[in-house]
Design a protein around this ligand. Structure first.
Ligand SMILES: CC(C)(COP(=O)(O)OP(=O)(O)OC[C@H]1O[C@@H](n2cnc3c(N)ncnc32)[C@H](O)[C@@H]1OP(=O)(O)O)[C@@H](O)C(=O)NCCC(=O)NCCS
Length: 188
């Protein structure tokens, strides 16, 4: 399998590597991340990170799943992934608190979406966010995601039910915003 990396202005988006495991645990174990993510084990340990990275490296480069480490100076600072669920594709992401508010997710997310649309024959990508996640709402809106529904889900980390907003980005809308499905920046 060819492992691809995507370069943006300030970031290298690449498959996670075993040496990222420590950075992964250190950055993800943060209430600011945990409370906004639906699926991360709340007692996240090194073994979770090792298993996550091992599995990520087995993904097919053209399969429905797609997972990139967000790296800066070759250190993992976040994750973006696309997963199939119920016949749809969902994108999810987080970035280390020490790197918030610098426009880095705004830089990484469209690069991954452009790559995903260029390499997979899908017409749309979904994203969910908890109703109090105003930052994620903003990032999704900027990239053309539009609200298509809402549902109440249980957050194990918060130990309460939370309203989740469901949004959808079509390939057409992404392109209307001036983005181009693009794998040109990818290198093996
Ligand atoms: C959400 C997250 C990925 C954002 O990453 P980031 O790199 O800090 O985001 P950026 O700096 O690229 O963009 C943040 C945007 O939110 C805006 N923003 C920041 N605080 C805001 C607030 N209180 N209300 C509204 N918008 C806000 C910023 O102005 C910016 O928008 P702009 O480019 O139009 O100015 C990061 O905060 C994170 O990992 N959070 C925890 C995990 C998470 O929420 N994941 C998503 C689950 S759906």
């Amino acid at each position: 399998m060819t492992m691809l990396s995507l370069a943006t202005n300030r970031l290298l988006l690449r498959p996670p590597e075993p040496r990222d495991s420590e950075d992964l645990v250190e950055t993800i174990v943060d209430p600011g991340i945990m409370r906004m993510m639906g699926t991360i084990p709340s007692q996240y340990k090194r073994a979770h990170a090792d298993a996550f990275i091992a599995r990520a490296r087995d993904l097919q480069s053209d399969g429905p799943e797609c997972l990139f480490a967000i790296t800066r100076s070759n250190r993992l600072i976040g994750i973006i992934r696309v997963d199939p669920r119920g016949g749809h594709r969902f994108i999810a992401y987080w970035i280390a608190r020490t790197h918030w508010g610098q426009g880095l997710m705004s830089e990484a997310l469209p690069a991954i979406i452009a790559y995903y649309f260029a390499t997979r024959e899908v017409a749309e990508i979904y994203a969910d966010y908890f109703v109090d996640n105003v930052v994620s709402k903003r990032i999704l809106e900027k990239n053309g995601f539009e609200k298509v529904g809402e549902q109440t889900v249980h957050s194990h980390y918060r130990n309460e039910d939370v309203l989740e907003i469901c949004t959808l980005l079509t390939r057409e809308r992404f392109m209307q915003l001036g983005h181009v499905p693009d794998k040109a920046k990818a290198s093996s």
